[in-house]
Design a protein around this ligand. Structure first.
Ligand code: NAP
Length: 259
């Protein structure tokens, strides 16, 4: 029998389980949707990202706690993690892509951004929170990788290599934490319409819109629903990996578009 988390009850009209979930990259897209789903499930959600104004309005609506968090900065990660009362769920979501270029024209700044955010950001957060997740008695780490973590695609090597590395870090923990009370789930989405492509193409809305034109992509809520399902399984059930794509997408570069 696990100890009951402290502070379970009703707070501000919301049923609170007393459990704490951390979501990185919570200011938009998949992270924001995960905050909403986990808060509705009764978690106290600590939501981290750099755009604190956005986080504060999400927090006001959901009861989450907004934190400035830059996963590429160790001091920021340490300040965030040391402020947590406890941790039951970690959603490693902060990340994204910059640019599309063949290896011969690779932009080293883009590669650095992608590796710092997706790979080292996930490493920093996970390393800092593993002791608390073990101490919770039923910890869960969900890492949002990508179908880019499963196979490379032309012009995407900066992102595909970073997502492969992030996924291998996550999958390695499945073995290293065996015997400890921590579950690990990798969610690998295909195309989800968020700010992802806007960030990838440096704010170029036409280029970003073209990614989803003529097809029906996933939306952030589709991924958050999966995270909520995973988090609501009993402690002995570990869903190792979920690959989820739009019906219109067979592979990263193979999409059905209405003409
Ligand atoms: P998004 O709307 O651009 O969200 C990315 C989030 O990451 C934002 O909240 C952003 O917040 C945060 N972030 C970026 N750099 C950060 C940093 N240094 N420190 C803290 N937070 C940071 O895109 P999304 O689609 O929801 O992406 C979420 C995750 O899903 C990413 O890991 C992405 O690689 C993955 N994914 C996306 C897709 C897709 O098609 N959209 C497919 C597969 C996987 P701030 O800018 O406010 O910090």
């Amino acid at each position: 029998m696990l100890p009951r988390p402290p502070c379970a009850g009703i707070h501000n009209g919301r049923v609170n389980s007393g459990k704490v979930a951390v979501v990185t990259g919570a200011s938009s897209g998949i992270g924001e949707a995960c905050v909403r789903v986990l808060a509705a499930q009764g978690y106290t959600v600590h939501a981290g990202a750099r755009r604190i104004d956005r986080l504060e309005s999400i927090a006001a609506e959901t009861g989450a706690v907004a934190h400035f968090l830059d996963v590429t900065d160790q001091e920021s990660v340490d300040a965030f993690c040391s402020s947590l009362p406890r941790v039951d769920v970690l959603v490693n979501n902060a990340g994204g892509a910059k640019g599309l270029a063949p290896v011969t024209e690779a932009n080293l700044d883009h590669w650095r951004w992608m590796w710092e955010t997706n790979v080292l950001g996930t490493l920093r957060m996970t390393k800092a929170l593993i002791p608390g997740l073990i101490a919770s008695g039923d910890g869960l780490i969900v890492t949002i990788t990508s179908i880019a973590a499963l196979s490379p695609y032309d012009n995407g090597s900066g992102y595909t290599s970073a997502k492969h590395a992030e996924a291998v870090l996550h999958r390695t923990l499945r073995g290293e934490l065996l015997g400890k009370p921590v579950r690990l789930t990798e969610v690998a989405p295909g195309a989800v319409e968020t700010e992802f492509s806007l960030v990838r193409f440096d704010g170029d809305a036409d280029r970003s819109d073209a990614v989803y034109r003529g097809m029906e992509p996933l939306v952030a809520q589709d991924i958050a629903d999966i995270v909520g399902f995973v988090a609501s399984r009993p402690p002995h059930v570990n869903i190792d990996q979920i690959v989820v794509k739009p019906r219109d997408q067979a592979e990263a570069g193979r999409v059905n578009r209405a003409t």
